[in-house]
Design a protein around this ligand. Structure first.
Ligand SMILES: Nc1ncnc2c1ncn2[C@@H]1O[C@H](COP(=O)(O)OP(=O)(O)O)[C@@H](O)[C@H]1O
Ligand SMILES: [Mg+2]
Length: 418
């Protein structure tokens, strides 16, 4: 089969790397891809958000299957457009991808179906939002409704901070239309874990749990990033918690979406907080998380193409999904200054050496004058396995040692920051 993957980050590299192991994948393409992806797939010069261009390219080149990995094209309805053109596509349709694209929608869904999540109210009027913040007091969480590149959430320690956030979102339009509606919710406490799950519209098969590290610096300090590293599985996610999540969160969510006429086919991301009152949903995403994907897919022993097809066809009960009985760690090597200002175009050395003991997924790299150079904030995700979490973490750090580029920055406490 000719398969096209849409996207260009570390997540898409991991998906391509795993798909390339499927015997039924005869030709693999990635649009737009990056320098690392180019080693396993043929990169195609179409932007991930160019829905029309993607459909045209896929049709002109007779793709048999398209995997839409990032949030934006899913929210724009790329899967719907591909399917309408007769091209089988993996990922939720627009009406199901809304669980990520609208926090107000997902909160309402959870309320209606009794899925545990933080108490909340939704606002479209600034005055009402400010009054609610005053009434509730701090700490309190203010969230822009729509996609905001992971920057639309403020966990406010004071009432003033919360009011400023609401003003910036609703009056100053800091996130454009994404902030015309805001969700204001109760501040929960407890460790956060991610559970990615395959869903086929009706059934849900959770992958091993994982844990991201959002802050730029050690000790969970500094600005929020797209993710500085991930481990799988986190020790806090016990089998007992997993059972509760399946019964109270995962299955009810998939069934709720089905009941609403929005069957979810694809990978669903459950952002969970293990609160003193049990696990609760922080948010849903409609796709693999990055870098959780790199850690979790490294543990998959099955055929990813078969699983994707089963998700699309409503046949997950027949899918052969096996996991290595190991742990994984993905360590992100970033450009100095990220997530704020940073330089691009620095040559990267040590990739070959590192690749001998780990899988080095590329996130922001490009090819220039025959060399691999940095081209983004997150540059690489060095991913290693171990028989214990400690071993996996040590292996990822050891493998990353030979890699260097100017101003390279990484956290030294992935998997150990509490
Ligand atoms: N109700 C809440 N209580 C405490 N922390 C929260 C709450 N909601 C979100 N957060 C924190 O803010 C982060 C970002 O919020 P999230 O809803 O995941 O939005 P996004 O990933 O779209 O930015 C979460 O990972 C969590 O650390
Ligand atoms: Mg999140």
């Amino acid at each position: 089969m000719k398969v096209l993957v849409v996207g260009s980050g570390g997540r898409e590299h991991a998906i391509c790397w795993k798909l390339a192991q499927s015997p039924n994948v005869t030709q693999l393409y990635c649009a737009p891809g990056n320098a690392g992806i180019a080693q396993t797939a043929q990169c195609v010069d179409v932007k991930a958000t160019d829905v029309e261009g993607m459909v045209k390219w896929a049709r002109d080149h007779a793709m048999d299957f398209v995997v839409v990995a990032p949030d934006d094209p899913l929210a724009m309805g790329m899967v719907d457009a591909l399917e309408a053109a007769g091209i089988p596509a993996f990922g939720p349709r627009r009406n199901a991808a809304i669980i990520e694209a609208s926090k107000a929608f997902s909160k309402e869904l959870m309320k209606k179906y009794g899925i545990p999540t933080a108490r909340y109210e939704t606002f479209t009027q600034l005055d009402a939002a400010l009054a609610y913040i005053e009434e509730q007091g701090a700490p309190i969480v203010v969230k822009a409704d729509g996609l905001a590149l992971g920057k639309g959430v403020v966990v406010a320690a004071t009432v003033e901070e919360a009011k400023t956030a609401a003003r910036e979102m609703m009056a100053d339009k800091k996130f454009g239309e994404s902030g015309s509606t805001v969700v204001i919710e109760e501040c929960m406490t407890g460790p956060e874990v991610t559970v990615l799950a395959f869903a086929d519209g009706e059934r849900v098969r959770p992958m091993p749990a994982s844990q991201d590290h959002k802050r730029a610096y050690d000790g969970n300090r500094g600005p929020n990033t797209g993710g500085m590293g991930a481990i799988s599985p986190p020790p806090q996610y016990t089998p007992d918690i997993a059972r509760r999540c399946m019964d109270k969160i995962f299955l009810p969510t998939i069934q709720a979406l089905k009941a609403e006429g929005r069957p979810f086919h694809g990978v669903i991301y459950f952002g969970l907080m293990l609160t003193p009152h049990g696990p609760k949903v922080v948010e849903y995403n409609a796709r693999f998380g990055d870098p959780e994907c790199q850690a979790v897919l490294s543990l998959l022993d099955g055929d990813l193409l078969d699983i994707f097809i089963a998700c699309r066809e409503g046949a997950l009960d027949r899918a052969d999904i096996k996991w290595k009985n190991q742990a994984a760690c993905c360590l992100v090597l970033a450009s100095g200054g990220y997530p704020l200002d940073y330089q691009k175009g620095y040559p990267i050395s040590g990739l070959e050496e590192a690749g001998k003991s780990a899988v080095v997924f590329h996130a922001g790299t490009a090819q220039k004058d025959g060399r691999t150079v940095t081209s983004g904030g997150r540059v690489l995700g060095v991913t290693a396995l171990g028989n214990s979490l400690e071993d996996a973490i040590a292996a990822a750090y050891a493998a990353a040692r030979p890699i260097s580029f100017q101003d390279m920055h990484f956290r030294t406490d992935i998997g150990r920051a509490f």
